[in-house]
Design a protein around this ligand. Structure first.
Ligand SMILES: NC(=O)c1ccc[n+]([C@@H]2O[C@H](COP(=O)([O-])OP(=O)(O)OC[C@H]3O[C@@H](n4cnc5c(N)ncnc54)[C@H](O)[C@@H]3O)[C@@H](O)[C@H]2O)c1
Length: 307
């Protein structure tokens, strides 16, 4: 299996590192337009192989033809946020970058599955879908796995329990309208509504929604990259190893949840074919309304794009 990562910045490098640690592919390629950057990162990473007792082929390059034969291509190329910026502020600049990268994927790795990470996420997956012309099961966005991990962590922290025992999901757009579902969040099967007071739950939901911004304002230069990289590799691993994991990913909705024509985060089954099934859960009227607000926010972004 071959995994390629476009963009050897913070998130791309984190993806490559976790891919090596979790041994998700036999070959890993990092591509970036900055001369020497991908090659340097790849060399640094390759030198961890003796310590990890792994034999993986790792290459870094500016030459996009190295994407050839990739099973999965992750696109992390693009500007990250700086303090005070919203993800939406990156729309125009990152659309051009994602477009350029997708054209290369189409040229060199036309049978691959694309995972987009660049922000604003749900609009950038749409760009990759339109530009690649790939079927919808092969163009997927990463956000829900990260947002759900943040949500699960904050619940575990509030209760003083292991994050491993917290199960929860965040639906919708990767932005302020995202929808951390309270009703289905649980600790070892026990609903959080029976474990935490309402005010604490509201605080956790708020912190989850703005979890990315909290890190941006602390880092001051750049955005989160450690867990974003791992969340992306969770998805890539499920595809490359055909694990059929149920993960919340940004996928094209065509009638599911009463929404069409936009990419939004919903639970899906990820396997060797990419998105193998979209799982539709029954939502309460207020949850449905919140998901429709996500669809509208995404539609507003898409309508600003010239593709
Ligand atoms: N979906 C999510 O949950 C999530 C989480 C974190 C970050 N992000 C997004 O991921 C993106 C990358 O973040 P980062 O922190 O790694 O940024 P970064 O600046 O560290 O890295 C971006 C890299 O992209 C490269 N690049 C730019 N144009 C390119 C092109 N045409 N071809 C190849 N490479 C190109 C740059 O040279 C740079 O090395 C940002 O848009 C950020 O907002 C998304």
């Amino acid at each position: 299996m071959k995994l390629s990562i476009i963009g050897a910045g913070a998130v791309g490098t984190s993806c490559a590192k976790w891919a090596v640690v979790k041994e998700v592919a036999q070959e890993i390629v990092l591509v970036d337009i900055v001369p020497g950057l991908a090659k340097g990162k790849a060399l640094d990473l390759a030198q961890s192989l003796p310590l990890l007792s792994r034999s993986i082929k790792i290459e870094g390059t500016e030459d996009f033809s190295a994407l050839s034969g990739s099973d999965v291509v992750i696109i992390t190329a693009g500007k990250p946020r700086t303090p005070g910026m919203s993800r939406e502020d990156l729309l125009k600049v990152n659309a051009e970058i994602v477009k350029a990268c997708t054209e290369k994927v189409k040229l060199y790795a036309k049978d691959s599955i694309i995972i987009v990470v660049s922000n604003p996420l749900d609009a950038m997956v749409y760009v990759a879908y339109k530009v690649s012309g790939f079927p919808k099961n092969r163009v997927i966005g990463m956000a829900g796995v990260l947002d759900s991990a943040r949500y699960r962590y904050f619940i575990a922290e509030a209760l003083g329990v292991s994050p491993a025992d917290v199960s929860a999901l965040v639906l919708g757009i990767h932005g302020d309208h995202m929808l951390p579902l309270v009703r289905l969040a649980n600790v070892a099967g026990i609903p959080i509504t029976q474990l935490l007071p309402q005010e604490k739950i509201e605080e956790i939901v708020y912190r989850t929604k703005y979890g990315g911004g909290e890190i941006v304002s602390l880092l001051k230069t750049g955005s989160a990259f450690i867990t974003p990289g791992l969340a992306t590799i969770e998805m890539a691993e499920s595809i490359l190893k055909d694990l059929k994991r149920v993960l919340t990913c940004s996928v094209l909705l065509e009638g599911e949840y009463g929404i069409s024509g936009v990419f939004l985060g919903v639970p899906v089954v990820l396997g060797r074919k990419g998105v193998e099934k979209i799982i539709e859960i029954d939502l309460l009227p207020e949850e449905k309304e919140a998901l429709l607000a996500c669809a509208k926010a995404c539609q507003d972004l898409i309508s600003q794009l010239e593709l």
